[in-house]
Design a protein around this ligand. Structure first.
Ligand SMILES: Cc1cc2nc3c(=O)[nH]c(=O)nc-3n(C[C@H](O)[C@H](O)[C@H](O)COP(=O)(O)O)c2cc1C
Length: 165
């Protein structure tokens, strides 16, 4: 048993929770695409269809997300690790040579993602050193047959078998 003030241990134990990996995107006030890698994405409610993610208060993209009325969530495929790394790097030229399209709101939808959701921003909740964003899904799409990029214990993984039963 470890005390929670051991931050390194806290990150390690939290990392026991395996997640998918997403790139969450919006447009900034100048209409430029903005995005970052997130594994804090979660479904919240089916009726209404709410989802959430949390964004660090120190992220460069925070201001754009605080001012947008919509955002998109792109669930990455297992062969999109390089995209995850690029969108986790504040200094990267994130959008060069990335293939994306727009649906109704203009938020970037990555063409090859496993799934994408276009969401209307609903509200934020203070989340300590993060801000929790809640949105309502308005449109979605899924590429059949693709497999997810998985993140577990601070490393990228692949599913080693398909779920059965
Ligand atoms: C797998 C993975 C998941 C991440 N999840 C989150 C997250 O949920 N929220 C967050 O604020 N940062 C998360 N990050 C870190 C951000 O992607 C990173 O800080 C990014 O540089 C923020 O971009 P920006 O500063 O350009 O806004 C994650 C990084 C990785 C590699």
């Amino acid at each position: 048993m470890h005390p929670v003030d051991d931050l390194r241990k806290l990150r390690e134990v939290l990392g026991s929770f395996a997640t998918g990996v997403t790139v969450i995107s919006c447009l900034d006030a100048q209409g430029e695409p903005v995005g970052f890698t997130a594994n804090s994405f979660s479904s919240v409610s089916l009726d209404p269809p709410l989802v959430l993610f949390s964004l660090s208060k120190t992220a460069q993209s925070l201001s754009a997300f605080l001012h947008t009325s919509s955002f998109a969530v792109n669930v990455l495929r297992e062969d999109q690790r390089a995209l995850s790394e690029r969108f986790a790097d504040s200094s990267a030229d994130k959008w060069s040579s990335v293939s994306w399209e727009t649906w109704e709101t203009g938020c970037p939808i990555l063409r090859d993602a496993l799934a994408s959701f276009e969401c209307a921003f609903r509200y934020t909740v203070d989340g300590g050193d993060h801000v929790i964003f809640v949105g309502e899904v308005e449109r979605m799409d899924r590429r059949e047959g693709a497999r997810p990029l998985v993140y577990f214990a601070s490393r990228y993984r692949r599913l080693d078998s398909d779920a059965e039963g």
